[in-house]
Design a protein around this ligand. Structure first.
Ligand SMILES: [Zn+2]
Length: 196
């Protein structure tokens, strides 16, 4: 990407303007209070939408914010966040207009992609999915990943005091909505007719 180094220089200047010892303090260690599992979508950057500074959130990202027990990278992150960083919350962040959820219902000929979309589809309605809007499916997916964290052996072993919360980031408004796991998503509108 053109301009990466220029942007980095500006970033350093800005941070030092706020606190001239910022990087010196940062180099002393990290103490994030939240482990975030979010979609990779470029519009959903967790530190940006939560205005987090460096050192505040520990992040794992993949397409459609999946929690898969065979994912060694996720497992290592979850373990480190719970056991060593002792985070207070695990947050799953999905978002409206998620291309990963869309792709789960699309026949793809890309072998590299369809293995992943098969994982995404595991937690989505198997029948009558046309009754659900894309954003309904996004919520169903987030709540399924909350359950997957709660059922994860690493969470069961090290996450006793750690809350798991699901959120949906609404791209059209910038709002982060907290999902209530006791409020199951009912089908609202056929896909293609969703309002957001
Ligand atoms: Zn997405």
């Amino acid at each position: 990407m053109k301009g990466i180094l220029e942007k980095n220089k500006k970033f350093i200047e800005e941070m030092k303007k706020g606190d001239k010892d910022f990087f010196e303090k940062l180099s002393q260690g990290q103490h994030p209070d939240t482990f975030i599992i979010s979609c990779s979508d470029s519009r959903v950057s967790p530190s940006v939408i939560m205005q987090s500074s460096l050192g505040q959130i520990f992040v794992h990202r993949n397409i459609a914010n999946q929690v898969i027990q065979q994912d060694l990278s996720l497992n290592a992150g979850l373990y480190y966040a719970l056991k060593h960083l002792k985070v207070k919350e695990v947050a799953i962040i999905g978002h409206t207009d998620c291309g990963g959820i869309k792709a789960a219902y699309t026949t793809s000929e890309d072998a590299e992609f369809c293995v992943w979309t098969a994982y995404i589809r595991e937690n989505l309605p198997k029948e009558d999915f046309d009754k659900y809007s894309l954003d309904d499916l996004v919520k169903i997916n987030v709540l399924a990943q909350v359950r997957r964290v709660q059922e994860h052996p690493i969470y069961k072993k090290y996450g006793q005091n750690t809350e798991v919360v699901g959120y949906v980031f609404h791209i059209k408004t910038g709002t982060l909505e907290t999902l209530d796991p006791s409020d199951p998503v009912e089908s609202s509108a056929p896909r293609g007719q969703e309002s957001s």
